[in-house]
Design a protein around this ligand. Structure first.
Ligand SMILES: *Cc1c(COP(=O)(O)O)cnc(C)c1O
Length: 427
């Protein structure tokens, strides 16, 4: 599949049926798999042979879909997880443990910010946050001798900042650690972080990859390029024998291409169990089949809505990387030449009250805690996800009370704009 273009990989990647086999990916709705002898099964447990024995660890349906996403991102291996939160936790915890340190962009999804700064802190993992567009000097200054990973989002949710992936990768590699990029908002259709030097990519597949608001899920993808053995002192979990797996050394046995995902499956999935169900993997694959057709439409609608809002007198500010005046436009042109995403953030001049009136009168855009759906949806953080904060605290966090995050779906843009226009008239 690797020579095919994006559209072909979206439709046919990951699964090639043999004669007489199902054309569509079969849902292997089974928790377990049978073997003729104990020796056969023993080889699987020792990772001596590949095969299935229990769906918490691996399932054929999940593997077909993971293989497709690995192809889309240009990676060597991937694993599905139960959610995007699980994907980011696994990607980081696979190489960080008690006493280690992470460098992360400060402009990331709130759930990931909490995961890293609160929950992983409780596990003894420290973090230093840096701006997504910091200078090389600022970024280098954030590293410590115990730093094990660098993290950022291609397009941040909800701030819509664009990460300087090339710079982040350069600094990570100069310090002998991998760059992990959450590519949820861009999707591999609009950006493939591995081409800019990232080592591991994660997604909340709940968003554009699914794209229809049906299944929560996540994925971790390995580029297969990071040389763990060259930095063996930093990554003992990959480069020294795993006593919980019969003394096997992942980086030796599975090489650069397979060590990261094998360890992630054999240890973290075994112990935490955040597996995606085969049924959800099947839904996810239906979304992936049209990802390359949907993304340009999401971007077209996002661009049209952003341009309309920018000219409207009741709108104080619009953030969208596709607008020439946007702070991240130059970065977007470099990393996202075919478009960014369908999410637009804007601040209403009338503040919190104006946002509430506006949203109440929208007919097509529903008020939802979601983004990246075929149906347009919107959210006012001040009255929902961030409602415990005062107007002053919101302003300090860069989330003004009148901010609306709108995720443009796949409807006709003329109808979306007409709906937004009539709702703005009500303010
Ligand atoms: C939604 C989201 C997550 C969390 O994913 P879930 O599937 O909701 O667990 C992580 N990162 C980004 C960028 C997201 O948008």
């Amino acid at each position: 599949m690797s020579d095919y273009r994006m559209g072909t990989k979206c439709v046919q990647g990951g699964y090639t049926p043999a004669n007489g086999e199902p054309r569509q990916i079969p849902i292997v709705q089974s928790t377990t798999f049978k073997y003729a002898t104990s020796e056969d099964m023993g080889k699987l447990f020792d990772l001596e042979a590949s095969g299935y024995f229990y769906t918490r660890l691996q399932n054929p349906t999940n593997d077909y879909v993971a293989a497709k996403i690995a192809e889309l991102e240009g990676g060597t291996a991937a694993m599905l997880t139960s959610s995007g939160q699980a994907a980011n936790f696994f990607a980081l915890f696979n190489i960080c443990s008690n006493g280690d340190h992470i460098v992360s962009s400060s402009s990331i999804y709130g759930g990931t910010f909490n995961l890293i700064s609160v929950t992983m802190a409780r596990m003894g993992i420290d973090v230093t946050f840096v701006a997504p567009d910091c200078t090389e000097e600022e970024l280098n200054a954030a590293f410590k001798p115990n730093t094990k990973a660098v993290f950022g989002e291609t397009i941040a949710n909800p701030a819509l900042t664009v990460l300087d992936i090339e710079l982040y990768a350069k600094c990570a590699h100069a310090h002998g650690v991998p760059l992990i990029v959450d590519n949820t908002f861009a999707t591999p259709v609009n950006c493939r972080p591995f081409e800019w030097g990232a080592d591991i990519v994660t997604h909340s597949t709940t968003k554009y990859m699914d794209g229809h608001g049906v299944a929560v899920g996540g994925v971790v993808v390995d580029s297969g390029k990071f040389d763990w053995m060259a930095h063996a002192d930093k990554f003992p979990g990959l480069c020294t024998p795993d006593e919980s797996y019969h003394g096997l050394t992942y980086a030796e046995k599975f090489g650069k291409e397979g060590a990261f995902i094998t360890k992630c499956t054999a240890q973290l999935m075994r112990d935490f169990g955040a597996i995606q169900s085969p049924q959800h993997a099947f839904y996810l694959n239906l979304g992936l089949e049209s990802l390359h057709v949907r993304m340009p439409r999401h971007c077209e609608n996002g661009q049209a809505v952003a341009e309309f809002l920018e000219k409207h007198p009741k709108v104080a500010k619009v953030s969208y990387p596709g607008l020439p005046g946007d702070r991240f436009h130059a970065q977007a042109k470099k990393y996202l030449p075919n478009g960014s995403c369908g999410v637009v953030s804007f601040e209403l001049a009338g503040g919190r009250e104006a946002a509430q009136i506006f949203m109440k009168h929208l007919k097509l855009a529903a008020i939802e805690t979601h983004v990246a759906d075929a149906r347009t949806c919107c959210l006012n953080p001040a009255t929902s996800t961030h409602r415990q904060m005062t107007d002053e605290q919101l302003a300090a966090a860069g989330i003004p009370a009148g901010l609306v995050r709108m995720s443009c779906g796949l409807e006709s843009k003329e109808d979306l704009i007409a709906d937004i226009a009539q709702a703005l008239d009500q303010i």
